[in-house]
Write a protein that binds this ligand. Structure first.
Ligand SMILES: Nc1ncnc2c1ncn2[C@@H]1O[C@H](COP(=O)(O)OP(=O)(O)O)[C@@H](O)[C@H]1O
Ligand SMILES: [Mg+2]
Length: 350
């Protein structure tokens, strides 16, 4: 009962009234004894008033001091732009309404601060994305425009071979643009949580073999050996087949790009406890230790100037990681500069 404010008030008032009655009883006894009726009555009234006033002030102070601390904290939180929740140090650790109100406010302000910082981060990422995208769109667009304009202006002087070459270059830039736009579109959708994987059960080993098959010709042209190794007792996985295909494509594409002629790229599928592990390893240039934790960031390329020559904007691994996370899986990378890199994806078995 004494835990609630009402209880406290009631107990204080009860004490006051008991005290007043005691004084009155004492006083009436004296009245009978001394017959100083008027004087005593005046003393009694003054005493009662003073006593009640002091008691009321104490109760009031006790209540307002904690309300003031609370309102100061709220004001400080507002002044910080709702970013820094102010820890409340209430005098007296009483479990009453004010205490509970303060605790609720504290929890609420912490949550507001977290959500606000998340919103700001998303907003910053959006702006960065937009800036990077417009920058990366400009390069291929400008080249394309250059070659097409040259063809228009010098239409009469160009030999058929030259015209053909110019057109091929323009088409190549067009393809880069298309790829960039596709990647940006995909990453944006993934980040906005707009895609839900269409989960089905399938043997991932077969998928790996199909994907590797698609790269066979390209690997041959670049004098790279492509090997697939699938453990026969590998259980099927539960995942979105199209998305996992994309993960494999991104990793194999990277492995091929960063491995020079004569190198080897291996795709392995094997069971690992309750998971299935997909490994894409290469014998390429590798990644420096201090770059390793950055490569999954969007737009991160170890060599940023590379975009001009390859048209890859550094979105591949960001998309890959998002897809793997969406499946409740995990992606790791191990690399030794000069020796090669291995990406390891793990997925849930069916
Ligand atoms: N197999 C690999 N070997 C060496 N470096 C790699 C490999 N895969 C990725 N990287 C590095 O990580 C960066 C990010 O990769 P990614 O997101 O796929 O972007 P992109 O392929 O567009 O450059 C690459 O620019 C490259 O520097
Ligand atoms: Mg890539």
């Amino acid at each position: 009962m004494f835990r609630t404010l009402y209880g406290k008030l009631a107990s204080v008032l009860m004490t006051v009234f008991i005290a007043i009655s005691a004084i009155m009883m004492l006083a009436s006894q004296k009245m009978l004894e001394a017959q100083r009726l008027f004087e005593l009555a005046t003393e009694l009234i003054i005493g009662t008033v003073v006593f009640s006033l002091i008691a009321a002030l104490i109760v009031f102070r006790f209540l307002t001091i904690r309300l003031r601390v609370l309102s100061e904290s709220i004001e400080a939180f507002r002044a910080s732009g709702f970013t820094t929740p102010v820890p409340l140090a209430l005098p007296g650790n009483l479990d009453d309404e004010i205490y509970r109100l303060s605790a609720a406010f504290q929890e609420m302000s912490e949550r507001i601060a977290i959500q606000l910082s998340q919103l700001e981060q998303v907003d910053r990422q959006r702006r960065e994305l937009l800036a990077n995208v417009s920058h990366d769109l400009r390069t291929p667009l400008a080249s394309m425009q250059g070659y097409l304009e040259t063809m228009l202006i010098r239409a009469d002087e160009l030999t058929p071979e030259e015209r053909n070459r110019y057109l091929q270059i323009a088409v190549k830039h067009c393809e880069r643009l298309a790829r960039l736009v596709k990647d940006v579109f995909e990453l944006t959708k993934l980040e906005a949580h707009e895609v839900t994987p269409q989960i089905e059960t399938f043997p991932v080993g077969e998928l790996a073999q199909d994907v590797v098959q698609k790269f066979a010709l390209k690997a041959q042209k670049r004098q790279l050996t492509l090997v697939t190794k699938c453990e026969p007792d590998c259980p099927p996985v539960r995942a979105d087949i199209g998305m996992i295909e994309q993960v494999l494509e991104n990793l194999i594409e990277n492995a091929m790009r960063y491995t020079s002629a004569g190198g080897e790229i291996g795709v392995e599928v094997r069971p690992a406890g309750a998971r299935v592990e997909l490994r894409v390893r290469d014998t390429g240039q590798g990644i420096q230790g201090d770059e390793l934790h950055n490569i999954f960031d969007r737009y991160y390329r170890v060599d940023r100037a590379e975009f001009g020559s390859t048209g890859n904007a550094g979105l591949g691994l960001a998309i890959t990681r998002r897809i793997v996370e969406l499946h409740g899986g995990d992606i790791q990378v191990e690399s030794t500069p000069g020796l090669g890199t291995t990406f390891i994806v793990d997925l849930a078995v069916a």
